[in-house]
Design a protein around this ligand. Structure first.
Ligand SMILES: [Mn+2]
Length: 378
């Protein structure tokens, strides 16, 4: 009788190497470098793990484009090969961004050495082997825009006495009546349950989530480095253990270099009425690795100017974006200005009159805001 022992695996996804990060302007190139660094860090983390890792799953969108630039491709391949050279079985699933359905897809041209690239277009077995006394099977399929259905076959995995993994780049909305978007693989939880995998490694959704359906543990690691402002906070690599006795145990480990942060400030609700107060408030959430989007709402105060604000805060962040949704109408200070016998007074008086009869007049609101900005600069 062979003693079956625990298998250690890792799962990461959606790095999107080569993302343009146009919204980061002059910091875009540096953050593209962060994506390359984060892959190196992930590989180091795996190779330095206290207990040896046997299997690695990459579940799609390693690249942001199907034909990444040579630098990104060479870097990614050499990092993935470091895993393979250390004896880890590496499975790479092409995603939607780097789909193999493009004839010129990176995965159709050349690939990292000694790595399993998933190519089958219906869900089925992609590998079968013995490991540490366990019968192991891996099931998968690639996303293919020409064939967007999208289901597990109505069968059960074959090796009931072994360990079965699945990998998909797919949408998963458990318990919900989902909208099946065209060009997306959408999973049916009932069929996942029936298929009876031990672990289903998912990519495509960019935030970490973990579910259990029947016996199957299902997880998205999310992006290891936030790409947009809805990918905030720590980002993860999943380290997992699976054994016949204990089933699957997951641990998510933070790996991100930068941190996306969304900061909402309502000037009316917080009672902030000076630049100094507003700056202090924003500075509390600053950091040299923070990529922040500050959304300012509510009624602005006299002297408020988002360019000045940004200028005085930008060195507190890796990158700072300010979205100004504040309003100026009805501010008490505006009422005072409206009584001035100046061009500024006439301007404010006129616009306040328009807004009094038509408070939702967005053009007048915008004109008032721009006008006040200009008067403050002169
Ligand atoms: Mn993705």
């Amino acid at each position: 009788m062979i003693n079956c022992s625990t298998i250690n695996f890792v799962h990461f996804s959606d790095i999107h190497l080569g993302s343009s990060f146009r919204f980061l302007n002059e910091k875009a190139e540096q953050h593209r470098g962060d994506l390359r660094r984060v892959l190196t860090n992930i590989v180091d983390m795996i190779l330095n793990n206290a207990s040896a890792v046997q299997i690695a799953f990459l579940t799609g969108d390693l690249f942001d484009k199907h034909n990444p630039e040579l630098g990104d491709r060479a870097h990614a391949f050499s990092e993935i090969e470091r895993l393979a050279e250390s004896g880890i079985r590496v499975y790479v699933l092409p995603g939607t961004h780097d789909s193999i359905s493009y004839p010129s897809s990176v995965w159709n041209l050349n690939c990292p050495k000694d790595v399993h690239i998933i190519r089958r277009s219906d869900f089925g077995i992609v590998d079968k082997f013995e490991m540490k006394g366990n019968h192991v099977e891996v099931f998968s399929m690639v996303w293919n825009p020409l064939c967007p259905v999208i289901d597990f076959p109505d069968i059960k995995r074959s090796n009931e006495k072994g360990i079965s993994f699945g990998m998909l780049h797919a949408s998963w909305i458990p318990g919900a009546k989902w909208d099946v978007k065209p060009r997306e693989i959408v999973l049916n939880p009932d069929k996942v349950d029936k298929f009876d995998l031990d672990y289903l490694a998912l990519g495509h959704f960019h935030n970490f989530s973990q579910y259990k359906i029947g016996k199957t543990v299902v997880a998205y690691p999310g992006t290891p480095e936030g790409l947009k402002f809805d990918e905030t906070g720590d980002r993860y690599v999943i380290f997992g253990q699976v054994s016949l006795e204990k089933g699957v145990v997951l641990e998510k480990r933070p790996v991100n270099i930068r941190e996306m942060r969304k900061i909402d400030i309502d000037l009316s609700k917080t009672g902030i009425d000076s630049h100094e107060e507003l700056e202090n408030r924003i500075r509390r959430q600053s950091g040299k690795d923070v990529i922040a989007k500050v959304i300012i709402k509510g009624r602005s105060f006299e002297g408020y100017n988002q360019e000045i604000l940004k200028e005085s805060l930008k060195n507190n962040f890796f990158f700072l974006e300010i979205e100004d949704r504040s309003t100026v109408e009805n501010g008490e200070w505006l009422g005072v200005i409206a009584k001035e016998n100046t061009v500024r007074g006439l301007f404010v008086n006129k616009l306040l009159n328009i807004l009094e009869s038509d408070p939702d007049n967005e053009i007048a609101q915008e004109a008032l805001k721009i006008g006040m900005d200009l008067f403050q600069k002169t």
